[in-house]
Ligand binder design. Sequence first.
Ligand code: URA
Length: 427
Amino acid sequence: MAVANPGAMDETAMRHCIERKRDGHALSATDWDAIIDGFMEGRIDEAQTAALFMACVWRGMTFEEAHALTDAMVRSGESISFDRSQGIIVDKHSSGGVADIVSLVAVPLAAACGARVAKLSGRALGHTGGTIDKLEAIPGFNAALSLDTFIRQVESIGCAIAAQTQALVPADKRIYNLRDRTGTVPAMGLIAASIVSKKIACGAHAIVFDVKTGPASFTPQPEQARELAGWLVEICKGFGRKAIAFVSDMHQPLGRTVGTGIEMVESRDLLRTGGEDDRARSLVLKIVAALLDASEIGGGEERAAKALADGSGYAKLVEMVEAQGASRGALEGMELDAKPLTVKASQAGFVQSIDVVHLGNAGRRLSQHDKLGGLFVTAQIGDRIEAGQPLARVYGKDKEHVRNLEASFKIGADPVEPPPLVYDTVT
Ligand code: URA
């Protein structure tokens, strides 16, 4: 039986919801509404809410429940509304990875091609990096934009990347914190509702998702990532938004650098020089092509590559950085430690696997007291390595304290195929 009136969610009604979920039943949209309302109003406590989420982890949630929870979470706060008649607004979201520089490059690049990109981003979580921390490594950069300023900047220069605010989806902030503390993050429905609610509240008309798969992601198996991708796309459609999701690899760092400011430097240089033909650049081009498609501009990867080569993507990055309080000089003055330590291979062979979580944690540690501290990873899965050859360089004040990095690279005698960059595209 569903709770008829959201105001009626109290301790007893919540206990019934927990018991029904524990016994494998689905809760109704009215129940989910009442639960979020009761939690935010303080009528139900964290203990009961965490018990319900643990039942969701074990019993799963239906797609309808995930949609209903998304809706209830969106309504916990304000929402941005962009006028569709003024053009399509697009957004891009990654489910979180190591050396994932895509947003920093793709947002200005897509804007340089004519797209209008409104992106609210998060901070580092666990071993994964946060786009906002990377941008804030530019001296003077302001990520704390008011919603009005955020909207005006997207309308005037075509892009903005700002920190998530309390005004949008306040329920997610509290619920995410509770899930983090109670081991209840890995439930497909909870993850999908958490991600999509923030995207819907941000007001974009179309969203491009990048769902990571591999040991350093929330969805280690490609089938799990495909399922999450499908749910993200379908829930968005239920809210009248267009969406596409890539399932991309996280068995190794995507870019070459791991940290915060060091990743900003890599992104800056990719836009400034056009970059090398590597995995990060390839994924950027695919995602920009999808953003252009969603914006009904088209032109695909070719158009994105042209904006990379002719410097217009870099000019847009500088424009965005200046609009958000930093200067071109501050961006271009970011320089890495001139004397990094080199991590060398003690044996010859092929790189079989990379402990991405360990590298992600090391990068975060190195950038804690030195924004430009971090790693530059030179070896990738499948590479042939000779004894004494560099695997990574370590930058920053704390470089002497980071130990055991060689162990993150498993080297063996047999040749190995590198993992694919993109496993699937879900529309
Ligand atoms: N990212 C989010 O925003 N929420 C989750 O639950 C997991 C990843």
